[in-house]
Design a protein around this ligand. Structure first.
Ligand code: RBF
Ligand code: MG
Length: 216
């Protein structure tokens, strides 16, 4: 399989109208370590783990460009599902104070490098759900891509390389009345993703050569 084959069976959780669109936008997003080194997991808004209990790997905006160039237009914001693999060395995250009180977007942070490798048990092909957009619930002013990996990792993986195959569209982003309602919706996204990834046409991607390919 060289590319995500057109799968006529892709459905959205929300409406049949989306159905047409997601066929068009499924594609492989290979954003693993390229020569610009811009595909490492960075620290984000700091809400994923603490406030929602749903940790997300934040994809740097530079890598977002690669993502959008390989099939997903930046304008097609929403929630997607697919597979992902985290590998290589990781470090810890050091937060810097905000320069200005009114500054928007993610706080400045630095990854303190280390030589610790992701364990083999964590470096497997895993299900993921991805949010691409503006997080209307939080009124973000910056486009962001965040990946929640459906797996219990043994450690945080800031700075690690992440490889993604975006396989389908789930729903558009929405606003919610509460954090609980947002979390509930994300839980439904995860269930939907697991179900879809077990189906013919998706299951095969776990074995794809894409995952073992060495990157430059
Ligand atoms: N944020 C929203 O404001 N609206 C959403 O519909 C929404 N859906 C999400 C779905 C998934 C699968 C994930 C991982 C995140 C989603 N988020 C959404 C983003 C969420 O607000 C964000 O991960 C946290 O605020 C941490 O930055
Ligand atoms: Mg996060």
């Amino acid at each position: 399989m060289s590319k995500c084959a057109a799968r006529q069976t892709i459905t959205s959780r929300t409406s049949s109208q989306q159905q047409q669109q997601c066929i068009q936008f499924t594609g492989r997003a290979d954003i693993l370590s390229n020569s610009r080194g811009n595909s490492r997991v960075i620290g984000g808004f700091g809400r994923g783990s603490s406030e929602l209990g749903i940790p997300t790997a934040n994809i740097p905006s530079t890598a977002l460009t690669a993502l959008t160039q390989s099939g997903i237009p930046a304008t097609q914001t929403g929630i997607y599902f697919g597979l992902c693999k985290v590998a290589g060395v990781y470090g810890s995250l050091e937060r810097r104070e905000r320069e200005k009180e009114e500054e928007e977007g993610p706080p400045q942070s630095t990854i303190v490098p280390s030589t610790t490798e992701i364990t083999d048990a964590d470096a497997t092909v895993l299900p993921m759900v991805m949010s691409l957009g503006w997080n209307p619930f939080y009124h973000n002013t910056e486009l962001s891509a965040e990946v929640h990996v459906v797996h219990k990792f043994r450690a945080q993986f800031y700075g690690a390389k992440i490889k993604l195959a975006v396989l389908g569209y789930i729903r558009p982003e929405s606003d919610f009345v509460s954090v609980e309602a947002l979390v509930e919706e994300i839980m439904r996204d995860i269930e939907y993703a697991k179900e879809k990834l077990g189906e013919d046409g998706f299951r095969e991607f776990v074995e794809d050569g894409f995952w073992s390919k060495e990157e430059e």
